[in-house]
Design a binder for this molecule. Structure first.
Ligand code: ADP
Ligand code: TRP
Length: 328
């Protein structure tokens, strides 16, 4: 059976971009594959968070994973730092990861720009840690959003390189996985680009109804079309993309028709969109609050996950040590 794996850094609450770009696929895949979904807390150390922040953020994402429907009986849900074997593989992969190729990674170049006072080795070797996450369970499919494509390319490269150096066919080459024919990019509603925490334009799964309504009503639009069937400029196209994601086809068609005949009233569209986002988020929010209050349950899930993930990781490390020439 093929293995599916993915992780998210605990740097805040999950937003609609995280959900529709990644977590939704986790939930769909858990019935058919051997699945590992983890919280990438080691990765979050690149920005030097405080211990209390890490503890809180890890708990938050765990509650949100569960509230979204990831089932700890079906999938292995774990915290990355609970599985020490990952670090050993990270070390091995780093020995065959070259400075030049790591420096060329776009997200590294971006980080250098954003945090010039903290260009640490963890940032540089982010792709080898991510590859270690994936290869430790010999994952085949990795559901992630479009922005992770380059990291996935690196993971494949490191897998191939390991196989070549040791003349084995040990690691499978992991591929990104999307349900639709291309990676889904959930847009921001602030005029351009994608929804993201750092973009400051995110609608979070825990946002209450009033907050969601406020965020949607503030979305950027324009003066409206004057020529029938004209192309939608980005801010408006983004609203429609969001509608395509959360609303019914009928609702989308209704407003699309209004746009094409130049009768669109953006206020009406936003009201409908806010309502549809709320219909989607409200039950999830209620579950998040319920699960987050149950420390004993979350603890149990994390322990079970750590145990299952460690078993799988330990098997890989045993074999990798043997391949490299160490005592197993
Ligand atoms: P953020 O951009 O808010 O910091 P992350 O980088 O932590 O989010 O992303 C976690 C996961 O969610 C990744 O798999 C990423 O590809 C996906 N993701 C994040 N934002 C979006 C978006 N707007 N559309 C689609 N997928 C997204
Ligand atoms: N880099 C991913 C992100 O920023 C998080 C991540 C770390 C990950 N390790 C992974 C995703 C392994 C998939 C597989 O969102």
């Amino acid at each position: 059976m093929e293995t599916v794996l993915s992780g998210i850094r605990p740097t805040g609450n999950l937003h609609l971009g995280n959900y529709f770009g990644a977590v939704q696929s986790f939930v769909k895949l858990q019935d058919e594959y051997r699945c590992f979904f983890f919280i990438a807390d080691w990765h979050s150390l690149t920005t030097h968070p405080r211990p209390e922040n890490i503890r809180q953020s890890v708990k938050t994402i765990l509650a949100e994973y569960l509230a979204c429907g990831i089932d700890p009986e079906k999938a292995t849900i774990y915290v990355q730092s609970d599985v020490h074997e990952v670090v050993e593989l990270y070390l091995y992969l780093n020995m065959n990861a070259y400075l030049g190729e790591l420096e060329r990674v776009t997200s590294f170049k971006e980080k250098i720009r954003k945090q010039p006072d903290n260009i640490n080795a963890g940032l540089l070797t982010y792709p080898s840690l991510m590859a270690a996450d994936i290869l430790i369970h010999k994952a085949n499919k990795v559901p992630v959003g479009k922005d992770q494509e380059q990291n996935m390319e690196m993971a494949r490269k490191f897998a191939r390189r390991f196989n070549t150096i040791y003349d084995v066919t040990y690691f499978p080459e992991p591929e990104s996985f999307h349900f639709s024919d291309k990676a889904l990019k959930v847009p921001g509603l602030d005029g351009s680009g994608k929804m993201g925490k750092s973009e400051g334009n995110a609608i979070y799964l825990v946002d209450d109804e009033k907050t969601i309504r406020k965020k949607v009503m503030k979305a950027v639009t324009d003066a409206g079309p004057t020529v029938p069937h004209s192309e939608k400029p980005e801010p408006v196209a983004n609203l429609f993309t969001m509608m395509e994601i959360v609303s019914t086809q009928d609702t989308y068609d209704y407003f699309n028709e209004k746009y094409n005949t130049c009768e669109i009233r953006y206020g009406d569209l936003k009201k409908q969109l806010a309502e549809d986002i709320n219909t989607f988020c409200t039950p999830i929010r209620e579950r998040i609050l319920e699960i987050a209050a149950d420390n004993a349950y979350m603890d149990k899930v994390a322990r079970l996950g750590a145990q299952k993930a460690t078993e799988s990781a330990a098997r890989t490390i045993l074999e990798v040590r043997e391949i490299i020439g160490f005592r197993p």
